[in-house]
Design a protein around this ligand. Structure first.
Ligand code: NGO
Length: 580
């Protein structure tokens, strides 16, 4: 059984204003129950994996039950002689070796006819002769068109498994699909006696939206580098390609800035509930960025301005309105703090912080926050945002901000992250008409810090309760009135951490809702079907169990029984280590 998450500390003093956040003492027993469920004390018997059992749902699936592939000990992974493609092949080997115990050497030898796992970059289009067992559906569909920046084609025959893509990112996504097509025990960290069968047929797949992300709030509670790396693994499994890190807030500043060292030395030492806090050195942060990049995940850093800045003001009171040093804040209210928009030193601060963060960021985005600056008058706020947008542009990055940025003037390429609960939002629609694109994070569907049910021991409920169906049942393409699908860059599931204190709790809130949001970001709308999604998702429970993830065993999902004797859980692996 996965380790039972520790009870988080009590947080939040009084009823909250203006946004009421629901915080109450979590019941450790509920989380323990979830872990027990996750360990496999559930329902129907397991069925073999079918070709279509993939989350997010692929664009085209053409099963050929007569062409199942059996992975054996002598298998070799063959890949093109491209360094980035080779690295994807190495990652496939790293995924498969622990559970299979097979050596799985990786070769780019062009002369050897070995395989039978083949990864190949083929320009953007799938090869015409590759329809194979897939039949006309696949040959006539996306397979004949461009696979784009992230698409892939997976063909499974008796003889081989072949992944074809135009880019290493496409190959990487194809590898995640292959991973899901192997028996659940493939997630085991220790060798398992299993028939490693991959269902025969072909899949042709590519994403609906370019931006598919999750956000981790490391400011309210700090999460160390290893926790963040594990979250990146979870994103990669579900073909999410952006990790947004909410790096600064009233309760803590988490990223080292050389020109303003007290931001972390002072501002990094607090968090909600009076825990020790913490921050990332630049090397820590580079490690996160590198780890993400290897998994084709772009890190989006957020420096929340002008509000949500109490930790910065504690460190540098000269940035505070009236130059009055505020006390450190470890509660969960919002909307009370702001940097002084009337002082030029504030803009020097913003420029230097953004410059250093941009220098750590290979990706194109810099997130400016911009939410809940309730104490800043509207005109002043607009002026501040317009200057901050220019400072972002000066770093060579593109601005992302919460949708409160909407009234400010347009900046080239700017992206608003919409977190409302009512899709009728003329101000945001107007910003879109002026050129903004949107990331959709509707708080009543995509906020994975909301409770699943009234009984969920951690989380908020200000945007309602979000069970798996609610996380799944909306359409990013039509969600906002007056906003065309073309203006939607993608989706993101934010995890705010006022009540979330451990990695186990992070996973409990992410699973199973993260895969639901991932499917909205990746899969064509034509595949959208709650009953089918529920059934596909059910097969992932045993995978999470094998990977040591204590997920929420949502009652609306028909989880299969886990053959516990065949899938070692994290605990049994730990025991094995201790006794060996
Ligand atoms: C809001 C608020 C955050 C809270 C979160 C809690 C945004 C963009 N600002 O979302 O400060 O942590 O709700 O759900």
């Amino acid at each position: 059984m996965p380790t039972t998450p520790a009870a988080p500390s009590e947080t939040g003093p009084e009823p909250l204003d203006p946004v009421e956040l629901s915080v109450r003492q979590p019941a450790a027993a509920e989380l323990a129950r979830s872990a027990a469920h996750a360990a496999g004390e559930l329902l129907a018997p397991p069925t073999p994996v079918r070709l279509g059992d993939v989350v997010p749902a692929p664009e085209l699936v053409a099963p050929d039950p007569a062409a199942d592939f059996l992975l054996t000990e002598d298998a070799v992974i063959r890949v093109d002689a491209d360094p980035a493609a080779r690295d994807v092949a190495e990652q496939l080997a790293e995924l498969l070796r622990p559970a299979t115990g097979y050596p799985l050497p990786v070769t780019d030898s062009a002369t050897r006819a070995d395989g039978p796992l083949v990864l190949t970059l083929s320009g953007a289009a799938a090869p015409a002769d590759a329809a194979g067992p897939a039949g006309d559906d696949v040959a006539d569909g996306a397979g004949a068109e461009s696979l784009g920046d992230e698409g892939y084609r997976l063909e499974v025959t008796h003889a081989e498994v072949r992944i074809t893509a135009g880019t290493p990112a496409g190959l990487f996504h194809g590898v995640q699909t292959l991973r899901q097509l192997l028996p659940a025990a493939v997630e085991s960290a220790a060798p398992v006696a299993e028939r490693w069968v991959v269902p025969g047929g072909a899949i042709v797949d590519r994403p609906r939206f370019a931006y598919r992300g999750a956000m981790l709030d490391v400011a309210r509670h700090f999460f160390g580098v290893d926790d963040v790396l594990r979250v990146i693994d979870h994103l990669a499994r579900y073909k999410l390609n952006h990790l947004h890190l909410h790096l600064t807030d009233d309760q803590g500043w988490r990223i080292a800035v050389d020109s303003w060292p007290r931001l972390t030395e002072v501002g990094g030492t607090t968090e909600v509930g009076d825990g020790p806090g913490g921050w990332y050195t630049k090397d820590d942060y580079r490690r996160i960025v590198r780890y993400a990049a290897r998994r084709h995940v772009t890190v989006v850093p957020e420096i929340d301005l002008p509000g949500h800045t109490n930790a910065a003001l504690v460190a540098y009171p000269e940035l505070a309105p009236g130059k009055i040093p505020p006390p450190p804040y470890t509660g969960t209210e919002v909307g009370f703090s702001y940097v002084d928009p009337a002082d030029e030193r504030t803009y020097a601060f913003v420029a230097e912080v953004l410059g250093e963060v941009a220098a750590l960021t290979p990706g194109p985005w810099l997130h400016l926050g911009g939410d809940e600056a309730f104490k800043v008058p509207a005109d002043t706020y607009r002026g501040f945002i317009e200057r901050a947008q220019e400072l972002v542009a000066a770093t060579g990055k593109t601005v992302v901000g919460w949708h409160q940025l909407a009234p400010a003037g347009h900046a080239d390429g700017r992206v608003l992250q919409w977190w409302g609960t009512n899709g009728d939002d003329p101000e945001t629609a107007d910003a879109v008409r002026r050129g903004a694109r949107l990331i959709l994070s509707p708080a009543n569907h995509a906020y994975v810090d909301m409770k699943y049910t009234a009984e969920t021991p951690i989380g908020h409920d200000w945007a309602g309760l979000i069970d798996v169906r609610r996380a799944y049942d909306w359409d990013p393409g039509t969600h906002l009135t007056g906003v065309p699908a073309e203006a939607v860059l993608g989706v993101e599931a934010p995890l705010w951490t006022e009540t979330v204190t451990t990695l186990a709790e992070v996973e409990f809130m992410l699973f199973p809702r993260l895969p639901a949001v991932a499917e909205l970001g990746w899969s064509p709308r034509s595949t959208h079907d709650w009953a089918a999604f529920r059934d596909r998702l059910a097969g992932h429970g045993p995978r999470w169990t094998a990977a040591g993830i204590a997920f929420h065993p949502a009652p609306e999902i028909p989880w299969p029984a886990t053959p516990a004797h065949r899938i070692p859980t994290q605990r049994s692996r730990d025991d094995a280590t201790h006794t060996s």
